[in-house]
Design a binder for this molecule. Structure first.
Ligand SMILES: *[C@@H]1O[C@H](CO)[C@@H](O)[C@H](O)[C@H]1NC(C)=O
Ligand SMILES: *[C@@H]1O[C@H](CO)[C@@H](O)[C@H](O)[C@H]1NC(C)=O
Ligand SMILES: *[C@@H]1O[C@H](CO)[C@@H](O)[C@H](O)[C@H]1NC(C)=O
Ligand SMILES: *[C@@H]1O[C@H](CO)[C@@H](O)[C@H](O)[C@H]1NC(C)=O
Ligand SMILES: *[C@@H]1O[C@H](CO)[C@@H](O)[C@H](O)[C@H]1NC(C)=O
Ligand SMILES: *[C@@H]1O[C@H](CO)[C@@H](O)[C@H](O)[C@H]1NC(C)=O
Ligand SMILES: *[C@@H]1O[C@H](CO)[C@@H](O)[C@H](O)[C@H]1NC(C)=O
Ligand SMILES: *[C@@H]1O[C@H](CO)[C@@H](O)[C@H](O)[C@H]1NC(C)=O
Ligand SMILES: *[C@@H]1O[C@H](CO)[C@@H](O)[C@H](O)[C@H]1NC(C)=O
Ligand SMILES: *[C@@H]1O[C@H](CO)[C@@H](O)[C@H](O)[C@H]1NC(C)=O
Ligand SMILES: *[C@@H]1O[C@H](CO)[C@@H](O)[C@H](O)[C@H]1NC(C)=O
Length: 776
């Protein structure tokens, strides 16, 4: 989504000076050494910097967790960290979201920043603009469970973490007197709405918390967050000066030495007001260790989280615990390292790593509507439009337990009132209801085990039906505009809707998305044996046909999806609009109310491939297999394909679309091309942001030679980049090994010279989805 999927032509080119070159040397050495090891350390293959060039796809220190401790940068850095060396460090902070394209970012609350204050407490630089600093080039480092960076004044900052707590280590040259600024009011999007801070100098603890704005969705949504900083390293450190500060951009720069409390209960003017704590240490230490706990419930809970999850464990102990958790996650996919190209190994494990960073596991930390729930609770689910395509299908292959926990989050317990698909805490989804396809994907894979996994399928189905039938009062933030969709058989352009509001834009793509969501619901109805509903939702899943305008022509091809008035007339828009070939770069194509193109973040050229559940009919609409293939070729060769945008990879399934016209070898060629043109192991190695691991999981599937069709168990078979791999599913007690017969390492390049490979799989159990899919 806008949100998540920015067009690749917005990509800025960063100047390469981060991360440290030692990082790649270390990874390459680990991959080389692993050739002869039976149990390699997969965490050593991960390069967390891939894709951090300008958008920032940062890392978490534990798999699927809240606490992601690393530095925030200035400039366009929605996820906090970017590798771009010309951006400044704002501070180290514990809460982040991974790989989203929100223009302002999310979280970044409670930054801590070490500062040299030669003129003492009262003259110390505390405000954001004054305290920010450049990094020393070629020093940034990270691995699963660890982050490090050195400022240009030789202060080194390191972090490691558990689920809801972190340890931070600061090392600096002898003789320097360091102050630490702790920020209450400066989250990344500058959305502070009020909060408080208390210094308890006797125990060396600062508690801090407040309310902040959600990253997407109307401004009415706020969330609360808290942290608990323990400053004394179990008594090994001693505070010197401490106090509070406030500042703004127009002259306010006030310090309160010895003061211990800030109570700023209301802030209506956004990011101008800045405030926090400032402290220094006695005895001129050269290393300072700080422990931080976070919570979305209370300051007390934040302190408890730090105590229970870290206690008195050392930095190295916590780092090792995090590494072991990551090793368990990454070992779900094992490959023949010796015979795989090292870059492919690095891309694969880095992708699997990023595909475990989100959604955030906020179980027992719920708030707002969900406060006090003891159910599993995840947040940052706001990229469903991106993640239903490949992220959840990947999860379904190896992690059904996690998948079930996330499905449960999505409001099944509240299904009786309304099926709410949440975005970041409290705010909700605004692009139809891709969650329909996510929960139906879970159901088609795990209906037999649903109960064992804690999911009541009847409850789940009731929730889907609510989403399909109940028109919410404002369908931009939850649910769908189903009243007019049912009445006309499509979402009409400029239609009178007397029961709900919402921006009347993107009617073409909304119709296509709703239809595929209805297909997902149909799949669940079928598994539950509800024949009436199967017929009803099968019919509705074909509504996409109602926005196909056979008369629209572009580049010599006829027939495109178009938005349509309620009287049935199509509202012509040039199919090239909002594609990379659109000469008008100022056309609104995204969430803007002024987007009149009929499609979301995409062109009609791109969306006109979208009927994932009915491609055979789409081929007929397009004019048959031969035209379909020619049109696909033109789509790529003329530059309509956007690798960094979800519509290109699943809406159209374009690189693999050739399968449907019986030309799988051409899909293989396109996938090779797409991978080598768009992905690599550098900080610039992603075509845009990661969209909460939509890109990571897409790349993983490409490398494994598979492509999933959501809401079905279909996996299209391509030619793997890896000669042999095993996917473990510990819940089903199944391991599936895929072996490529006649694997030719020379085929792993942009132009694949050899096409004689055959893919075979050995399954130790018939129950594996992969074994269902592969034709043996
Ligand atoms: C792995 O073992 C093979 C055969 O024993 C040997 O030729 C090769 O050099 C070893 N590779 C590494 C990286 O140790
Ligand atoms: C404080 O910030 C100002 C810019 O606002 C900068 O010129 C000055 O060098 C900073 N002082 C220190 C000690 O970093
Ligand atoms: C790091 O390198 C970049 C690009 O070469 C340069 O713009 C920047 O000033 C350097 N940073 C420092 C702290 O030297
Ligand atoms: C903070 O200030 C608000 C009013 O602005 C007051 O209601 C609240 O009691 C204060 N809290 C504390 C702990 O002093
Ligand atoms: C591996 O990736 C690096 C960095 O992008 C590139 O320079 C190198 O050519 C790649 N190696 C292969 C064999 O593709
Ligand atoms: C989420 O957190 C809960 C509570 O700690 C835990 O039981 C559950 O296994 C976690 N799930 C995932 C997917 O991390
Ligand atoms: C589904 O469509 C068919 C063919 O148009 C129609 O005959 C049937 O009545 C429809 N069923 C439902 C439940 O709407
Ligand atoms: C349908 O409505 C549109 C917009 O008002 C109008 O331009 C078009 O002529 C109408 N078509 C018919 C057949 O009346
Ligand atoms: C580009 O699109 C914008 C918005 O639709 C429009 O106002 C503008 O006139 C267009 N420019 C050109 C050159 O067509
Ligand atoms: C396209 O090719 C497939 C596979 O050979 C075939 O089943 C299908 O009938 C063809 N479709 C058309 C419209 O010719
Ligand atoms: C997997 O094996 C465990 C231990 O043997 C068993 O408890 C569990 O029921 C098995 N799961 C399935 C889905 O068969």
């Amino acid at each position: 989504m806008l949100a998540c999927a920015l067009f690749s032509f917005l990509l800025l080119v960063g100047v390469q000076a981060q991360p440290s070159p030692e990082l790649q040397k270390r990874i390459s050495a680990a991959i080389a050494a692993a050739a002869n090891e039976s149990n390699p350390d997969y965490t050593a293959f991960v390069n967390p910097f891939i894709g951090t060039d300008d958008f920032g796809n940062p890392w978490s220190l534990d798999p699927i967790r809240d606490d992601k401790v690393f530095t925030d940068m200035t400039g366009y850095a929605p996820a906090g960290y970017v590798a771009n060396p010309t951006q400044f460090v704002r501070g180290l902070s514990p809460l982040h979201d991974s790989g989203t394209g929100s223009s302002l970012g999310t979280y970044g609350n409670f930054e801590i920043m070490p500062s040299l204050c030669p003129n003492g407490f009262n003259a110390c630089n505390t405000t954001l603009a004054a305290r920010q600093r450049l990094r020393k080039n070629n020093t940034d480092d990270a691995s699963p469970g660890y982050f490090a960076l050195t400022l240009d004044n030789e202060i080194k900052m390191e972090a490691t973490a558990t689920r809801r707590a972190g340890l931070e280590r600061f090392t600096f040259p002898e003789g320097s007197k360091l102050y630490f600024v702790l920020d209450l009011a400066n989250d990344l999007p500058a959305s502070f709405a009020g909060g408080q801070l208390t210094i308890n100098p006797d125990v060396g603890r600062i508690t801090i918390g407040g309310r902040y704005g959600s990253s997407f969705g109307p401004g009415r949504f706020n969330y609360q967050a808290f942290a608990c900083y323990d400053l004394l390293d179990g008594g090994r450190q001693k505070l010197d000066e401490y106090g509070v500060w406030t500042g703004d951009l127009v002259g306010l720069d006030a310090k309160g030495l010895g003061q211990t409390r800030l109570n700023l209960s209301l802030n209506l003017i956004g990011g101008i007001y800045q405030s926090g704590a400032l402290f220094s240490y006695d005895n001129n230490p050269t290393t300072v260790n700080i422990r931080v706990g976070v919570s979305f419930v209370s300051e007390e809970r934040a302190c408890e989280n730090a105590e229970t999850e870290i206690g008195s464990a050392t930095f190295e102990e916590i780092r090792e615990r995090a590494r072991l958790l990551w090793l368990e996650k990454l070992s779900k996919v094992e490959i023949d390292v010796a015979n795989t190209s090292p870059n492919v190994t690095e891309m694969l494990y880095s992708s699997l790593y990023r595909a475990s960073l989100t959604p955030n596991n906020a179980t027992l930390e719920a708030q707002g509507l969900f406060a006090d729930t003891t159910s599993f609770y995840f947040d940052s689910l706001y990229c469903s439009w991106d993640t239903f395509r490949t992220f959840f299908p990947l999860l379904s292959l190896h992690s059904p337990v996690e998948f079930a926990q996330i499905v449960e989050t999505d409001g099944l317990k509240e299904a009786s009132s309304a099926y709410i698909f949440r975005m970041s805490i409290d705010a909700q989804l605004f692009l139809g209801s891709s969650a329909d396809n996510i929960v139906s994907h879970f159901t088609v894979y795990y209906h037999n085990e649903a109960q064992q996994l804690g999911i009541d399928l009847n409850e789940l189905y009731a929730a889907l039906v609510t989403d399909a039938e109940v028109n919410p009062p404002e369908w931009n933030i939850q649910g769908r505009q189903v009243n007019v969709y049912k009445q006309y058989g499509y979402v009409p352009f400029a239609v009178l809707d007397v029961s709900s509001t919402g921006r009347q834009t993107r009617e073409g793509s909304r119709t296509l998305e709703y239809a595929f969501e209805d297909f997902g619901i149909r799949q669940v109805a079928q598994l539950l044996g509800n024949q009436d509903d199967v017929e009803k939702y099968t019919n509705r899943s074909l509504f996409y046909r109602n926005v196909w305008d056979p008369s629209t022509e572009s580049d010599g091809f006829k027939g495109f999806f178009q938005k349509r008035y309620s009287n049935g007339t199509f509202a012509f828009q040039n199919p090239i609009n909002c594609s990379p070939n659109d000469r008008n770069q100022s056309r609104p194509c995204s969430l803007q109310g002024t987007n009149v193109n009929g499609f979301y973040e995409s062109s009609s050229w791109e969306y006109s491939w979208y009927a994932p559940h009915d491609t055979a009919h789409l081929i007929e609409l397009v004019g048959g297999n031969e035209t379909f293939v020619k049109r696909l070729d033109h789509f790529f060769d003329a530059g309509y394909y956007l690798a960094g945008n979800e519509p290109s990879f699943q809406i159209s399934k374009t690189p693999v679309g050739y399968h449907y016209a019986d030309r799988p070898a051409q899909s293989v060629d396109r996938v090779r091309e797409v991978v080598f043109d768009n992905f690599d192991i550098t900080a610039a190695g992603l075509p845009g942001n990661d969209d909460q691991a939509a890109m990571a999981s897409l790349l993983a599937f490409h490398l494994l030679g598979l492509y999933p069709v959501p809401s079905t168990t279909h996996l299209l078979i391509l030619s793997p980049f890896i000669p042999k791999y095993t996917i473990h599913n510990s819940f089903l007690n199944i391991s599936t090994t895929v072996t490529v017969v006649n694997f030719d390492p020379k085929s792993v390049q942009k132009k694949n010279p050899s096409r004689s490979v055959r893919v075979c799989a050995e399954c130790d159990h018939q129950r594996s989805a992969l074994c269902f899919a592969l034709p043996f």
